[in-house]
Design a protein around this ligand. Structure first.
Ligand code: GLN
Length: 536
């Protein structure tokens, strides 16, 4: 019998509900239980692909090409699994399906309503994920905060599941304890009220996490338990920690895994995951030498846009002898004041992540030229590859007008939309031209890429519309300095470029950051860190 865990949030958003859900999954997995994890989001978007990265943060891409919320990244990293489209469901796709059904006469003669039609569709998606994953435990996070009109249909659906599944369902609520400096105390009222809100909607939480930035007194937790009609062990404090990867063990120390397994009648075998303990040791190890990697991008006011990139850099540094410092550099700043900011930041390496649109592009090109000429280690991701190609074409191949057609018309479109034929072979969610999810990449022998991956064929995740324009292949091949070391054989598209005679200059058309794990650094990021630290 599948067990269901639902995670809701209260008081305010941004409390780390995703980390809580992922940590619960991590703990249960460490006890030998198979876990599937998914998120229901209240937005009316059909998927996260069209959300603005500057407002909403990163769009995480799964192996099967779903464009999802960044919490999916937490899930994959904490559980070391590859999730799929069933893991990220937005209100838009629920409504779309119900309206489609209505048009197709599925509900003929009936009035179509939120309850039962929308709620039934939500439950169908939940049970489908359970059935297809065959996991023992399905964890479902509900986006937003309790009381939001927008997520009411999700709350009603999980209430029904709780009613139907009875003791095979477990409700977790995550709230916040604000600190009042005048009286120097943490206040419990907002979380009490959010539990009341939840109960008004028919859900009685089995476990309440109190997120806080300050130490909580036992009597405060007991007070919350008393008002909520819970036992003391059902209310647990989660203080903000320096690394999110410590959360599973903090929960474990407070008996959370025991509590969940007991309620769901899951076998309580001892936790066997040693690699996570090793990871925490690595995170906490004191290192003298600093490594400064510049992240040069265009969405610097919203660091969450680069969440997986940052985590991938950190993971690579944890297994290195260096303490990583990421220096965030706004490419528009470089456009205004030149590359001085790069020199004065004493960078050991730079990474150029993905991005869309014209703004800030010239600043990134200046940064890539700077890294290339000064032999500073460089890793380009997606847009990073496209701009490395543009920079090289302009300055070394003398194609002065070289650019990507994403930024306007160009006489030398070295980066362009794919030919119709190729585009047709790729199924995308928007305009049918986006290359999404896993694609093969063959690595040429004797290249840096092959050396880093240590295998001839890899699969990496994509999310882009533009590609290297093969019409310019002869010019690049004649030059022989910027090599195409990785190619997709089915579509004949460039996947990796690298530069000869440079300590480390490599860029990929895909997003390797999605496959990095905290305890398994990705070879490209590990390579960047190694090369950046080599001169130390
Ligand atoms: N904007 C570029 C494209 O659409 C790059 C996308 C990205 O960096 N993810 O191809």
């Amino acid at each position: 019998m599948t067990k269901y865990i639902f995670v809701t949030g209260g008081v305010l958003s941004g409390l780390g509900k995703g980390v809580v859900a992922a940590s619960l999954g991590n703990l249960l997995k460490s006890h030998g239980h198979s876990v599937y994890i998914q998120k229901f989001d209240p937005y009316l978007n059909v998927d996260a692909g069209t959300l603005n990265p500057g407002e909403h943060g990163e769009c995480f891409v799964t192996a099967d090409g779903a464009e999802t919320d960044l919490d999916l990244g937490h899930y994959e990293r904490f559980l070391d699994v590859e999730l799929n489209r069933d893991s990220s469901i937005m209100s838009g796709s629920i409504y779309q399906k119900v309206i489609e059904n209505e048009r197709n006469g599925v509900y003929l003669g009936k009035t179509v309503q939120v309850i039962p039609h929308i709620t039934d569709e939500i439950k169908r998606r939940l049970f489908l994920a359970a059935q297809q994953s065959r996991a023992k435990v399905v964890i479902t996070e509900i986006g937003g905060t309790i009381g939001d009109i927008e997520s009411a249909h999700f709350i009603e659906a999980i209430r029904q599941v709780g009613h139907e599944k009875n003791s095979d369902a477990f409700f977790v609520h995550v709230g916040y304890l604000p600190y009042l400096p005048v009286s120097e105390e943490l206040k419990t009222k907002p979380i009490q009220n959010s539990i009341i809100d939840l109960r008004e909607r028919g859900i009685h939480p089995n476990l309440v996490f109190c997120r806080t930035d300050f130490p909580v007194k036992k009597r405060q937790l007991e007070k919350i338990a008393m008002f909520a009609g819970l036992k003391n062990e059902q209310v647990v404090a989660l203080e903000t920690v320096d690394s999110i990867y410590k959360v599973p063990r903090i929960m474990q120390r407070q008996g959370v895994d025991e509590l969940v397994m007991k309620h769901l009648r899951l076998a309580r075998s001892p936790s066997s995951d040693k690699s996570w303990a090793r990871l925490i040791k690595l995170i906490d190890s004191q290192k003298e030498q600093k490594l400064r990697i510049g992240l040069v991008g265009k969405y610097m006011s919203m660091k969450d846009t680069y969440f997986s990139v940052i985590e991938a850099l950190k993971a690579a540094a944890w297994t290195s002898p260096f303490a990583l410092e990421i220096v965030f550099i706004d490419s528009e700043e470089i456009e205004k004041t030149g590359t001085r900011v790069l020199t004065t930041s004493s960078l050991d390496g730079i990474c150029v992540p993905g991005g869309f649109g014209k703004r800030g592009i010239e600043g990134i090109i200046l940064a890539i030229e700077w890294a290339r000429k000064n032999k500073v280690p460089f890793l380009g991701l997606c847009l990073g590859l496209q701009l490395a190609v543009v920079e090289y074409a302009r300055h070394e191949l003398k194609l002065k007008d070289a650019s990507s057609t994403e930024f306007g018309k160009s006489k030398e479109p070295v980066i362009d939309l794919m030919e119709d034929q190729v585009a047709k072979m790729i199924s995308g969610s928007f305009g049918a031209t986006m290359r999404l999810g896993n694609y093969d990449c063959h690595l040429k022998p004797g290249t840096l890429a092959r050396n880093l991956y240590k295998k001839p064929v890899i699969q990496e995740r994509h999310r882009h519309r533009y590609e290297f324009n093969n019409k310019f292949l002869p010019q690049f091949e004649a030059d022989q300095n910027l090599r195409f070391s990785g190619v997709n054989p089915q579509l004949g598209l460039v996947e990796i470029v690298e530069l000869n005679g440079h300590p480390f200059f490599i860029a990929c058309q895909f997003h390797p950051e999605f496959k990095s794990r905290p305890n398994k650094p990705h070879p490209l990021f590990a390579g960047l860190v190694r090369a950046s630290g080599a001169k130390k």
